[in-house]
Design a protein around this ligand. Sequence first.
Ligand SMILES: CCCCCCC/C=C/C(=O)SCCNC(=O)CCNC(=O)[C@H](O)C(C)(C)COP(=O)(O)OP(=O)(O)OC[C@H]1O[C@@H](n2cnc3c(N)ncnc32)[C@H](O)[C@@H]1OP(=O)(O)O
Length: 712
Amino acid sequence: MVIESLFYFSLAVLQALEDGLKKADADPSVKAVMICGENGKFSAGADIRGFSAPQSHPGIGLAPIVSLIESSEKPVVAAIEGVALGGGLEVALGCHYRVAHVKARMGLPEVTIGLLPGAEGTQRLPRLIGVPAALDMITTGKHIPATEALKLGLVDEIAEENTIEAAIRLANKVIGQPLAPRRLSLKPVPTLPNMEAFLREALVKVKKQARGCLAPELCVQAVRAASERPFAEGLRRERELFRLLLSSGQARALQYAFFAERAVRRWATPAGASWSSANAQPVRSAAVIGLGTMGRGIVTSLVKANIPVVALEQDLENLKKGRKAVMLLLEREAMKMEGGAQRLDFHNPARLQFTVDFDLLRDVDLVIEAVFENMALKKEIFHKLSKICKPGALLCTNTSALNINEIASATSRPQQVIGTHFFSPAHVMRLLEIIYGSHTSPSAIATAMQLAKALNKIGVVVGNCFGFVGNRMMFPYVQQAVFLLEEGSRPEAVDEVLEDFGFKIGPFRMSDLAGLDVGWRSRQGQGLTGPSLPAGTPARQRHGQRYSPLPDLLCEHGRFGQKTGHGWYLYEKAGGRTATPDPWLHNFLARYRDTHGIKARAIDQEEILERCLFALINEGFAILAEGIASGPEHLDVIYINGYGWPRHRGGPMFYASTVGLPRVLAKLEQYSEVHPDVPGLRPNAFLRKLVAVGSPPLQEWMSYVSWQSPKL
Ligand SMILES: CCCCCCC/C=C/C(=O)SCCNC(=O)CCNC(=O)[C@H](O)C(C)(C)COP(=O)(O)OP(=O)(O)OC[C@H]1O[C@@H](n2cnc3c(N)ncnc32)[C@H](O)[C@@H]1OP(=O)(O)O
């Protein structure tokens, strides 16, 4: 008998499974059962959308079905094609045998949505493949290919071609064989000589990796229960831990992040262009200009995506340096992949070519300029490109803040110019901010989004303004951090609060890592510091607003961060990575306060957190109101994937919605009253409006934006 299921579990699917199994058990003519999916896909598990209403969720009813499958008196074989994920794999674990197609993938990704495998998966998987392998799958949520599943013993057979036929063959073969040895609930968990130490270390590891995130920790506890308790007791523990996670708030945030990352694919601009009508151009070849840190990563990313690349530098010396660095990155990437060097084929000049000759860019479909942030230089390059490149080529600029319209003005084809803001290291970081200018065509946006997908990145389309979305929101956050130092705090205190909140790295460690000179050069360019600053400008004021010269002063002392061995922290050597609090800096801060007549005060953790985060969020509301991004999900995806925002807090705008908009507003009002010369703390009008209309749910915010005059 064959029971077909659907891709996501619904109550109807569960009912069909239950009915089918009962019918098969009762029918003496049925000798074996095979469960498969429809259209070549086994199952992606429960419909995640339903987890916010647990009472009606089909996932809750899944565990009894898995038990029912296992207790069947007739052999049940799972035929796994496509994916078997979450509850889908748990169903397969209830079966007595598993056959997988060679291209199938399996996994228990519940941890990534803030849960644990709650349909008995934490108890059955360790019994089948042992604690170490089960823990790895359950705490990371990774998908494993069929070949690996076979090695682990997760599946019994691999089918090269027809999985259903292979499963039916196996089912026929095992008719009449005893089923007890195939029932995982009856098997003991394989022991380890050092189980206790192993589980303890696993807990330490997951706590370190996902600071403050509950799910990985509770996954370890559930697997511990499997190793220490009888099956039925282990199940009770699994259910208890599952319910804890379901009500923790983190699951909601992580599920929001899952859907937000998919929602940003449906981009739109205030002018009416959108994903639904724009057509992407094919990208069969690309060029990268500039082989500095960013250019190297971008070339590596393109090669990994199997796109032939021409890598261009301004002279032979820089070309040699760049080539060496790119090759090193590619060798490392190849080592991580099966058949890597061969698959990437980067020694083949038809796939990767290094040159100083602009003429070789004539035929490429896309160019990514990645020279340093200098408007004059970028314009010179774009002028050249518009003369050399073929008519349809997409011209991208990798910039973190510069005006796309101004760069496009240097070309005769501004409709094909677009910003692609990669994050460092560009071959690792998943975010790609895609910035359209006033003339960028919908097709250019669609092509850049298509490129993001090809590079396995998350593209987020945003409008053109200084710093775009990510850096624009970052400015007020970092500004507050520095003001807090002026007022009496220390870098390590501020970093600790934000790292405890869940950021991978606090603002001062981040600044030391990126290099303080980067911002210094930018401020010099803006005339905020340096020789172009008019004589008589007050030290702590610019354009009538509060300004802190602290970062500039550190640069004047040669303190650029890790690269010079000191910045906001002290490092063991230039290029060192171990930050220690620096007594020199503490004295420097004390002298600075004396010079400016600032009385240091004790600043508590709440103030540090609120001033930094609420200033960032406040800027987010301004961005939404101006139409720079088409929804709060866009801002959240940018922050989670580009700025180390803790995923289990769902992104800054989601976080604001959980704190409550009235509270965010009240706090900003309170801080703004104390610091009237800091515009970043003045509550944005859009935030006020949302509070005035009763703080609607985040999904409804954009319906309160008036689009009459988007600043684009
Ligand atoms: C006492 C307690 C008992 C508790 C029992 C609990 C039982 C079971 C729990 C679970 O099963 S939890 C769910 C586990 N499964 C997942 O987490 C799978 C998540 N999905 C994916 O990894 C991928 O989507 C995919 C299935 C590998 C497909 O990837 P692909 O890149 O091909 O497509 P996507 O763009 O990611 O998705 C397409 C489309 O489908 C939506 N979607 C995907 N998975 C789900 C899901 N599980 N529930 C609802 N919707 C899902 C996704 O949002 C996309 O939608 P659109 O953006 O196109 O609208």
